[in-house]
Design a protein around this ligand. Sequence first.
Ligand code: FMN
Length: 196
Amino acid sequence: MEDPGHVPDPQAVLEHLLRRHSIGPRQLAAPGPTPAELRLAARAAMRAPDHKRLSPVRLIEIPDARRAELAALFEDFAQRSGRSEPEAQEESARAWNGPALVALAARLDAVAGVPAHEQWIAVGGALANFMNALHLMGYGAKMLSGRKAADPRITAALCEPGETLVGWIAIGTPTAAARARGEDDPERILRSWTRS
Ligand SMILES: Cc1cc2nc3c(=O)[nH]c(=O)nc-3n(C[C@H](O)[C@H](O)[C@H](O)COP(=O)(O)O)c2cc1C
């Protein structure tokens, strides 16, 4: 039987994970992940804790051939929101963010008896696993949303009925070194129960 605790070099994997940070689209260049690598990251996403295994997360890869369509949707959103023409162009350009672009959506189950917050946690866990897997494969990524993620027209174009669009994950090869960031202090989130 496979030893569930066995990792070839846990310290090395953890050291690498502890260096994960988001990398914005301006610092992402080709190549992006191959289809096989993207599938591997999606498998990691599916390993996140998920009450009743409802699989509330959806990852929607935007094919390059459809980036122009997405750009038109972004531009249309900006125009409907009363933005200026340069602002609409800036919004439209975000459809070309990253050599790979994956939309993240949630599909919450109202009848499964799992509270919504638990399903959202499963979505967040899936996102974290997805991004960690990409990081371990050497890719940089950043999750971005903005008001357009809540736009019904954009949601209808990307999602199946009943899904909530969360945003987009831009993915690629980092072109800049990580910005120096101090070590995280675990005491900020981890404590003993001392309240009486
Ligand atoms: C669901 C979600 C949506 C986000 N949307 C945005 C966004 O629209 N713009 C932005 O600058 N950061 C956004 N962020 C934050 C970045 O993705 C990133 O986590 C943050 O800059 C912190 O960087 P770090 O991951 O290196 O700690 C979002 C994060 C999440 C989880």
